[in-house]
Every structure is written in structure tokens, then in C-alpha cells.
Design a binder for this molecule. Structure first.
Ligand SMILES: NC(=O)c1ccc[n+]([C@@H]2O[C@H](COP(=O)([O-])OP(=O)(O)OC[C@H]3O[C@@H](n4cnc5c(N)ncnc54)[C@H](OP(=O)(O)O)[C@@H]3O)[C@@H](O)[C@H]2O)c1
Length: 342
């Protein structure tokens, strides 16, 4: 496919950050971009699919650590086919390849028919991956891999995971099974708990009941998890911290409740040697060498191809149906990702 320039294509554009999620997503417009020529060192990816992750929602609210110059094209990951390469890029290595893409800088994101990328933003996809699988291969799988290594380094035989209907949690469970680690889950909805039954969690605790504190306390005493992966934060973290065994670690990797962590007693940090830290995938990528990343990528690919993880898709929409897709995703996140198809 020969690309002729100037190339005109459609993108989703966010005009302004808005803390109100609904207003933020309703403000998104589909507009045209024109690319005069391909810069040296760049690759042009014809996008096939791109998901919405919680980080994209936080970005639209202006509450993420990536702040782009507005108006901006959202989308931190996706997949597509490399259709052109600029000067200084080995075309024979890239043209026609399906790639997973990652976009975290100030440049346009993945919610666009075409994306300009540097080679570091692209990972050639396994030739058996469908676009649905390749589009979500960067953010959640590697996060779960990085997290599970932290549990293994801590010698945890059991881990505790909240927001357990999430895709990160799906990978965490699959990796835990591989490494012989037990997983206790917390979810906020009855239907999510039902969906997870029979998947292999030691216990699934439902957080929206008034009996939550009692139930989680009993579960922590029974299963003794020494790593708690927290994607929710708020007062739930304090309730759990109080009841974790000595020498436990809390790794906070999300803030879905939108609340500050509260209720952690200072004496616990001192005398029960509780540690609490954050996890950021970008830092994890930067800290690990190419060999580790290759091993992680191969293992995660195996989990996908063997269907240990299913990466369910809740809804697929065109760029023009983005608002409908986002509304659906926000109402049923555990069901699966919203994918924009181009
Ligand atoms: N730190 C990092 O580098 C990093 C990287 C990747 C992902 N993450 C984080 O990992 C988490 C999961 O991401 P994902 O893409 O796997 O999610 P996902 O598949 O889109 O699912 C989101 C999950 O969160 C649950 N949830 C949403 N709001 C909640 C709340 N207020 N309280 C409790 N549960 C809530 C949803 O449950 P319902 O079905 O009940 O709505 C759903 O199970 C997110 O916080 C994301 O930001 C962090």
C-alpha cells in the first residue's frame, strides 16, 4: 500500500480536560488531521484497534501524569499495521508488520486512523494475535508481570487483589497459577463476583456490603496474603492494612475510587513492618533490560495464545461511535474493554 502525502485522516480530539468524566467524553470530537510528509525516524501505523483503559479516563479528566498540549488525541495503546517509514528507519523490518503501540508523550495518541510513532513505541505482534489481542498487549499484561515479580521477590505465597474483575487481575491470576501463588479477590459488584466464581480465586469478597470489614478481616486471617495489589485506594486500603500479616507490602497501582488512601496506622508501619509503595509501568519499563522485557513478552504471549487469559471485549465501536462505546465501558468495566475499530 503506497501512502501519498499530504495524508488526510480522522482522529478523536479532546478539546479540554474535565474532571467530570461524562462532560469530558461528551466533549470529544472527530476531526481531520493532515500529514504533509513522514519525518525522519518515524513510522506510520494504520491503526486497526485501540482500547479505553482507566488511564485514558484519568487523562481526559486531567488527572493523569501525562498532560498533553490541547487539543489532544487520546489513547495510550492500540495496534495497527506499519504502512510507511521515514528516513533512517529500516523499512524491510517494519513495512506490513502488525504492531502493538504505546503512546505516552505529548504527541497524538492511538484514537486515530493513523499514528506516527518511533520504533521504541512499537512491539511487533505475534503472527497469531488478532487485532483484539494485539491492541491490548502493552499496558495491562506488562503491569501484571511487573506486579507479580514484586510478589515473588517478597516471597508471597498468597496475594490480595481488588478491582478483581479487571484485565490486570485476569493476568495476575494466570501468572499466580503459574508460580503457585494463591489469590484472594475483592470486587464491588455482585455480578462481577458471580463472573469470577470458578476461575480459581481462593475467595472472592464483595466490598459493597456493610459486612465487608468483617468478611475481609476473616479472609485475611485465613489466607494470610503478604502482598496486597491495590487499584482502588480510599478507606478500603486502611481497612485492609489493619489486618494484613506482619511484613506485608501494599503496592498501589491505581486509584479507581478517586479518594486518598486513609486509615493507615503509623505504628503498623513501624512495628508490623508494613510497607506501602506505588507501581508505575513506565518506570518498570525503564528499569528493566531488553532481555527481561523479551522474556516477559514471550510469557505473556503464551498466556494469550493458550487462552489462559481471554482479554474479553465488551463493545467494539467506530471512531464516530466513541461516546456510545465509552458510556458502555464505564457502565460495565469488568465485562471487557471498549475497542475502537478503524
Ligand atoms: N500503575 C500502572 O502503571 C498501571 C498500569 C495499568 C493499569 N493500571 C491500573 O490498573 C487498574 C485496572 O486496569 P484495567 O485496565 O485492568 O481495568 P479494566 O479491565 O478496565 O476494569 C476496571 C475494573 O475496575 C473496577 N472498578 C472501577 N471503579 C472501581 C471502584 N471505584 N471501586 C472498585 N472497583 C472499581 C471495575 O469493576 P466494575 O465492573 O464493578 O465497574 C473493573 O473490574 C486501573 O486502576 C488502572 O489504572 C495501572
Amino acid at each position: 500500500m503506497k501512502i501519498s502525502y499530504p495524508l488526510t485522516y480522522q482522529v478523536a480530539e479532546l478539546p479540554v480536560y474535565n474532571i467530570n468524566t461524562l462532560r469530558a467524553l461528551l466533549s470529544i470530537r472527530v476531526v481531520e488531521r493532515s500529514l504533509k510528509s513522514l519525518p525522519a525516524g518515524a513510522l506510520l501505523v494504520k491503526m486497526e484497534a485501540a482500547p479505553c483503559n482507566p488511564s485514558d479516563i484519568a487523562f481526559m479528566q486531567g488527572g493523569y501524569n501525562v498532560i498533553k498540549t490541547l487539543p489532544a488525541v487520546p489513547g495510550f495503546e492500540g495496534c495497527g499495521i506499519v504502512v510507511d517509514t521515514g528516513k533512517d528507519v529500516d523499512a524491510s523490518k517494519w513495512i506490513g508488520k502488525q504492531v502493538s503501540c504505546f503512546a505516552q508523550g505529548d504527541s497524538d495518541g492511538t484514537w486515530a486512523e493513523y499514528m506516527l510513532a518511533s520504533p521504541e513505541q512499537l512491539l511487533p505482534a505475534h503472527d497469531q494475535f488478532t487485532p483484539e489481542q494485539a491492541a491490548v498487549f502493552f499496558v495491562n499484561p506488562f503491569t501484571a508481570y511487573g506486579l507479580i515479580q514484586a510478589a515473588r521477590n517478597h516471597n508471597s505465597k498468597t496475594i490480595l487483589v481488588n478491582a478483581a474483575g479487571s484485565r490486570v487481575s485476569e493476568y495476575l491470576l494466570a501468572l499466580s497459577k503459574m508460580y503457585g501463588i494463591d489469590v484472594v479477590a475483592i470486587v464491588r459488584r455482585k455480578q462481577t463476583a458471580e463472573m469470577l466464581s470458578g476461575k480459581g480465586f481462593k475467595a472472592v469478597i464483595f466490598s459493597s456490603e456493610p459486612t465487608f470489614e468483617e468478611e475481609i478481616t476473616a479472609a485475611l486471617q485465613t489466607y494470610q496474603p503478604t502482598t496486597f495489589f491495590d487499584a482502588v485506594a480510599g478507606e478500603q486500603t486502611g481497612i485492609i492494612a489493619k489486618n494484613l500479616p506482619e511484613n506485608s507490602q501494599i503496592i498501589v497501582y491505581g486509584g479507581l475510587s478517586g479518594k486518598d488512601i486513609s486509615g493507615i496506622n503509623a505504628l503498623q508501619l513501624i512495628f508490623k513492618k508494613l510497607t506501602i509503595m506505588g507501581f508505575d509501568l513506565n518506570v518498570w519499563f525503564a528499569r528493566n533490560n531488553p532481555q527481561t522485557l523479551k522474556e516477559a513478552s514471550e510469557l505473556l504471549t503464551k498466556l494469550i495464545l493458550s487462552q489462559e487469559v481471554l482479554n474479553p471485549v465488551g463493545i467494539q465501536v467506530s471512531l464516530n461511535e466513541l461516546v456510545k462505546g465509552l458510556r458502555h465501558y464505564l457502565g460495565a468495566m469488568s465485562e471487557g474493554k471498549m475497542l475502537i475499530r478503524f
